[in-house]
Write a protein of this length. Structure first.
Length: 219
């Protein structure tokens, strides 16, 4: 799991908000939920339109181009991105995301926050793991990425509106631990002084990374 600050830069966030301020149609979010999640989901999503396509396309482009997101998620495909809105009284109960969406495996889920944190109350993304519950509330433009198998919910919004782009990643590395290990190796290489990346340690780390990629990468 990783919080990525500024995954959507200011210009991208402004362009997205401009699209959302136009003439858009919202639909019941349960239309894209399956199984028990349908009963737990109470929010709205943008209906398919030029505006929703522009927002999701721009978000995918910025995430692919963001060095931290690319290193952590190693995206091969985005099975789906969608724009969600929670108004006062809306929430999403405990659920686990589908293992396949639109015919593709989902390895990671993510939420990119579009609303300023002071513009609404409630609406925290709550993650359940071995350490207990984590309440995630990030600033506009920040994204939170987590394994798609994670139990999670969205708390009830009590004031204002919470807008976000949510989506899923089919990664080049299927296994979460393997993907995390490669991310740690990337960080170790990045932490080396500039003059050390070509020395014995830097070359050894790069060799290890390449060997792990060859073992684990799909396609």
């Amino acid at each position: 799991m990783l919080a990525i600050s500024g995954a959507l830069d200011a210009a991208s966030l402004e362009a997205i908000r401009e699209q959302l301020s136009g003439d858009t149609v919202r639909v019941d979010g349960r239309a894209t939920a399956g199984g028990r999640a349908r009963d737990a989901k109470h929010n709205e999503q943008l209906a398919p339109s030029a505006a929703s396509e522009a927002v999701t396309r721009l978000t995918a482009e910025r995430l692919r181009a963001h060095a931290v997101f690319a290193a952590y998620a190693r995206p091969r495909d985005f099975p789906r991105l969608q724009v969600s809105r929670y108004g006062a009284g809306m929430h999403y109960g405990w659920h686990v995301d589908a293992a396949r969406i639109d015919g593709m495996r989902t390895d990671l889920s993510f939420t990119c926050f579009l609303s300023d944190s002071q513009s609404y109350d409630g609406g925290e993304l709550v993650i359940a793991d071995d350490a207990g519950e984590r309440h995630i509330r990030l600033e506009a433009g920040d994204c939170f990425v987590y394994p798609a198998s994670t139990l999670h919910r969205v708390n009830t919004v009590t004031r204002g509106e919470r807008w976000a782009v949510v989506g899923w990643v089919r990664s080049e590395i299927r296994d979460n631990e393997q993907r995390r290990l490669l991310y740690d190796v990337d960080n170790a290489i990045a932490a080396l002084p500039g003059e050390s990346t070509g020395d014995e340690l830097g070359l050894a780390l790069a060799s290890i990374r390449g060997r792990l990629q060859r073992m684990w990468m799909e396609g």
